[in-house]
Write a protein that binds this ligand. Structure first.
Ligand code: ZN
Length: 649
């Protein structure tokens, strides 16, 4: 149901986009065949599936030591990923597993609609007592997202009905009305989920509740203080010390700086964007533009990673970009992609999709191995032995390198990546009336409905390895529509031809728009020049000063020890070095690598002294041909050092 009151583009739904070969087909196959089963197995192994039985024998201490208050969110995200996968690849066996899980979830629901695997068994007296920390609303959000996706994929209502009842339960208890508590989620997520639920069911109360959550957040007196006092806690004892941590330090309409926990921040901003779009709220749009500008101009890694600090899993201050210890949680890059996608639909401009693409192809995809069964939580921009940015400092003096893990104490990232990969088709196109926006370039076909006229658009491309993209139109009769092609921010030279004839087109808000009456067999070719680029950091980014990152097309590259030897900090890529790209067919089934001449410049140390005077010591200089691979592929071969930013001269 398209309920938004204003005229905005909408994403073209997943079931209209078929991905049958190419970059994303490979990733979706791995996701379907390996990642989705691997996550389910881990959920089963760790008790997350059985938890839905609400078995009282699982009471502490045996259970409590490992159980989390946010286990239910893993179920929600896994179901959501399964739903997207079923949409494009029906699979009866997988659907049966999901249906059985949904049966368990339905049985776990209380008469009053409450749904949670933690509190009823372990702390029944504490339900809804600590919205700040205890994730009941966060869990609800992920379960709702899973429910909406599962209904859309299968037409089965059970999960949607269960979660609608849970949303009703929340709506009955929280809000501005007399007798309700003025609470809101400590970990945002429910806001955007309620808008999804509203769009699916048409029930306006869900949009109103999301709007209330957005506007109540950070109001004085702060609800988190009130509930802390009701629990008998001193609000000043909040473990995170500041409500900036959860973006509740001031009302959203007063905020202009991205702050606190990075995933909470972007989930919140994504929810605010949904609310702004549905309500036609210009003031919120301007708030979001300011937050977007702050985040992307001051606080974002070149990979689209967010949140340098382990301490708050989030933001610190402008231009603070440590590399080895970068937390840059996989979920944070994913949540930036979610927010960017929503910003485009609220404020159609390619700049949001450019960042979305950066976050997806770099800081998100790095979170999963090529094999699809191990994952990163933190995504540093340099890696050395003994440095584990996820668990801070572990393995001291073991010479171990940071590697992906099968699972985590808090495994939020694996199912988040899985749902992103399985739904990538939904990020590829949008439509507003007769205008069709193409955002992401990859092999696929999309079925369009243009005023009742069916049109099929097929993309053929080697993107992201090559910048040539061919669109072919198939239509039963001539059909007028506008094809809007994104010219990515990384591209300085491009060409467009129609049926072999070059066109002179100027982008409008980042898209070249081709308006014509199309006939079957029309071919549009977009050519995006993809030279190797040296990326320079802003002069205020001291951790990358004097260094360059390499980028080609949407991909940020890195040097790994396995290709370049160790002590990568001493490697210098001279300005004069000619950088070339070529396809290496044997590497991960075909990857474009970057090579060029580099120098390894090091002190000629004869002893182990930590510091020596330059006057007493010479420098060695070795010239070699370096090889850089896409950042998202790092740590898939033998362990070693890694660097995105490399010294330049
Ligand atoms: Zn995560």
């Amino acid at each position: 149901m398209n309920t938004n009151a204003f005229n905005h583009p909408r994403p073209i739904p997943l079931d209209q986009v078929r991905i049958e070969k190419g970059f994303w087909e490979e990733r979706q196959t791995v996701n379907r065949e390996t990642t989705i089963p691997a996550i389910y197995n881990k959920m089963e192994e760790t008790g997350r599936i059985k938890a839905w039985t609400l078995d009282p024998s699982r009471k502490p201490p045996s259970y409590h030591s490992v159980v989390h208050m946010f286990w239910d969110s893993d179920t929600g995200k896994w179901l959501e990923s399964v739903a997207y996968s079923l949409t494009t690849h029906p699979d009866e066996a997988l659907q049966k597993i999901a249906d059985e899980l949904i049966d368990m979830i339905e049985k776990a629901q209380f008469e009053d609609g409450y749904l949670n695997t933690y509190f009823p068994v372990l702390e029944p007296e504490n339900q809804w007592k600590n919205l700040r920390d205890w994730h009941e609303m966060y869990n609800a959000g992920h379960l709702i997202e899973g429910a909406v996706a599962y209904f859309q994929a299968t037409g089965k209502r059970k999960m949607l009905d269960v979660l609608s009842r849970f949303a009703d339960h929340i709506d009955e208890r929280f809000g501005p009305d007399e007798g309700k508590k003025r609470g809101y989620p400590g970990h945002p997520e429910l806001e955007l989920a309620l808008v999804k639920l509203y769009r699916e069911t048409g029930e306006k109360r869900y949009l109103d509740l999301a709007t209330y959550f957005v506007d109540e957040r950070g109001q004085d007196p702060n609800y988190f203080d009130i509930e802390a006092a009701e629990r008998g806690d001193n609000p000043e004892d909040f473990w995170a010390q500041t409500y900036n941590y959860c973006q509740a330090h001031e009302p959203i309409r007063d905020q202009d700086t991205a702050t606190g926990h990075a995933v909470r921040a972007c989930y919140l901003y994504a929810g605010v964007a949904d609310v702004a779009l549905e309500n036609g709220d210009e003031e919120l749009l301007n708030v979001l533009r300011n937050l977007w500008a702050d985040l992307t101009q001051h606080q974002m890694y070149v990979t689209g990673g967010l949140g340098p600090a382990h301490s708050n899993e989030g933001f610190t201050f402008a231009y603070d970009m440590p590399t080895e210890t970068a937390y840059a949680e996989t979920c944070a890059a994913i949540s930036l992609a979610f927010w960017g996608h929503r910003m485009f639909h609220l404020d159609p401009d390619s700049r949001y999709i450019d960042i979305m693409e950066r976050a997806i192809y770099n800081g998100s995809l790095s979170g999963v191995s090529v094999e699809g069964d191990t994952f990163f939580y933190a995504n540093p921009l340099a890696s050395y032995p003994n440095v584990d940015p996820y668990s801070k400092w572990s393995g001291i003096n073991t010479d171990e390198h940071y590697r992906r893990s099968e699972w985590f104490y808090c495994p939020c990232c694996p199912p988040n990546l899985s749902r992103l990969v399985s739904s990538i088709g939904e990020y590829s196109y949008s439509q507003l009336g007769e205008r069709v926006y193409a955002h992401l370039y990859h092999d696929n076909s999309v079925s369009l409905d243009l005023n009742g006229q069916a049109v099929e658009l097929t993309q053929v491309t080697q993107y992201p390895w090559d910048g040539t993209v061919q669109f072919t139109v198939k239509a039963d009769s001539p059909t007028a529509f506008e094809l809007a092609l994104r010219i990515p921010d990384w591209c300085h030279t491009y060409g467009v031809s129609i049926n072999g004839e070059a066109q002179s087109l100027t982008p409008e808000k980042g898209y070249v728009v081709i308006a014509r009456e199309w006939v079957s067999g029309d071919v549009v070719e977009l050519t995006l020049a993809m030279p190797v680029e040296r990326v320079l950091p802003h002069p205020n980014v001291r951790q990358a000063a004097g260094q360059v990152a390499l980028q080609r097309g949407p991909l940020v590259y890195c040097l790994e020890g396995v290709d370049n030897g160790e002590r990568l900090a001493n490697v210098v890529i001279p300005e004069s070095s000619d950088l070339t790209a070529h396809l290496e067919a044997d590497l991960f089934k075909g990857v474009v690598v970057i090579t060029g001449e580099a120098l390894r410049i090091e002190p000629q140390r004869e002893d182990e002294s930590l510091y020596r005077h330059r006057s007493q010591e010479g420098l060695s200089e070795e010239s070699f041909t370096f090889k850089a691979i896409p950042y998202y592929l790092w740590a898939n071969r033998e362990p070693g050092e890694m660097r995105v930013w490399v010294r330049s001269s």
